[in-house]
Write a protein that binds this ligand. Structure first.
Ligand SMILES: Cc1ncc(COP(=O)(O)O)c(C=O)c1O
Length: 388
């Protein structure tokens, strides 16, 4: 273990984690440094500290205790779990939903059950690691298409169609977390329809951000009800933790009876479940947070470009600042932290060697003053690192 770890350190690939000392806020205490502007949290709307979400968690401890006592299928399904499933299904305009311990558990548990021997999975090359791990657990054949290339997806579908597969399953992220670009879900749905394929979309970065009322990428493309599996997470815009799949009642019954991560691992504690319910309700009743997130995002993106930064293909609150070489991205991130801005470098092997970047994630709770301060830090750090 030490040898392998030392080799990671030698390649500069080890994680050096900074701790938050206190709540997840857009201005936080990071590793003891006060008042740092946080541009790397997935708590897009600030719901992790919303008073209604916190109060729901505290109340559930009093009414239901600290733990659920079991896995869901045995004695670990509480009324709160079922209420959360009804709440998220209603929010997603879906017939039913099933909640998992995390988004990772949803992908790793359901994908290998949906496609097995005699099936084929067609996957975007930049899909999230939890999808990749889910796909690794299947006996299905795998085909990969070039990122967001609908032409290549159609070629893979044609290839698959020529063989006697039982099921063709297309899987894609909705919003891609490294570039902030989006999948053409309307095109994917159309192609799937013509080849009789099933569609599975990971909406982890879409809900609370994209679509009407933050309902996600299917709503954004007006294809609600046409995506067979909408998978999501409570760990990002909802500000808590947990995963879910939403779709038909058949999907819920199937996923519940077959997903090993759901069947064989303890269920969420009451506080988590109640906080998730409250977070969905806040999103339904307080759309102002989504509007503020987009206002901040558009301002930040525009000003970064004005300064001369390349922000890639981003069309969402995930905005990469392209740096080229890894060393530049790392130097720039360190300088930014020194200037009171926390934004992480994304380098090889997470992205190609010449595509290192600082990934920023915007937040509804940032003020215009915070953003202007962050922009000034980007200008200084960008010049110092040779990015500008
Ligand atoms: C696209 C995508 N899918 C799935 C996940 C996993 O979600 P969770 O944090 O709920 O396990 C993430 C989180 O990093 C993600 O970015």
């Amino acid at each position: 273990m030490r040898q392998e770890y030392d080799s990671l350190v030698a390649q500069d690939l080890d994680w050096r984690i900074k701790e938050l000392r206190g709540p997840s806020l857009p201005r936080a205490n990071v590793a003891g440094k006060e008042n740092v502007i946080v541009l790397c949290s997935n708590n897009y709307l600030g719901l992790a500290t919303h008073p209604k979400v916190k109060a729901a968690a505290a109340r559930a401890v009093r009414t239901h205790g600290a733990g659920s006592g079991s896995v869901r299928p045995i004695a670990g399904t509480m009324d709160l779990h079922e209420e959360l499933e009804r709440t998220i299904a209603h929010f997603k305009h879906a017939e039913a939903a099933l909640v998992y311990q995390s988004g990772f558990a949803a992908n790793a548990g359901l994908i290998p059950q949906l496609a097995g021997d005699g099936d084929v999975i067609i996957s975007d090359e930049l899909n999230h690691g939890s999808i990749i791990d889910g796909v690794r657990l299947t006996r299905a054949e795998r085909l990969v298409y070039k990122h967001n290339s609908m032409g290549e997806l159609e070629s893979r579908l044609r290839e698959a169609d020529a063989k006697p597969y039982r099921r063709i399953l297309i899987i894609s992220d909705g919003v891609f977390s490294m570039d902030g670009d989006i999948a053409q879900v309307d095109e994917i749905v159309k192609l799937a329809d013509s080849y009789g394929a099933m569609v599975y979309i990971d909406d982890a970065h879409g809900e609370g951000v994209m679509g009407e009322g933050g309902r996600g990428i299917a709503s954004h493309f007006k294809v609600e009800g046409k995506v067979h599996v909408e998978m999501g997470t409570f760990s990002k815009a909802f500000g808590v933790v947990g995963g879910y799949v939403a779709g038909s009642a058949d999907l819920r019954r199937f996923a519940l009876n077959k997903s090993r991560t759901w069947l064989l691992s303890g269920s969420h504690p009451p506080a988590t479940t109640a906080a998730c319910i409250a977070a969905v309700r806040v999103l339904e009743t307080e759309p102002k947070w989504i509007l503020r997130l987009w206002k901040n995002t558009e301002y930040f993106r525009k000003q970064l470009r004005k300064l001369g930064f390349d922000t890639g293909n981003s069309v969402t609150p995930i905005i990469p600042v392209m740096c080229g070489e890894s060393s530049k991205a790392k130097a720039m991130s360190e300088r930014l932290f020194g200037l009171g801005v926390w934004a992480l470098p994304i380098v090889f092997p997470m992205v190609a060697k010449d595509k290192a970047r600082i990934r920023t994630i915007n937040n509804a709770k940032l003020t215009r003053k915070d953003i202007n301060e962050a922009l000034a830090a980007f200008e200084t750090a960008g010049k110092a690192a040779g990015v500008l």
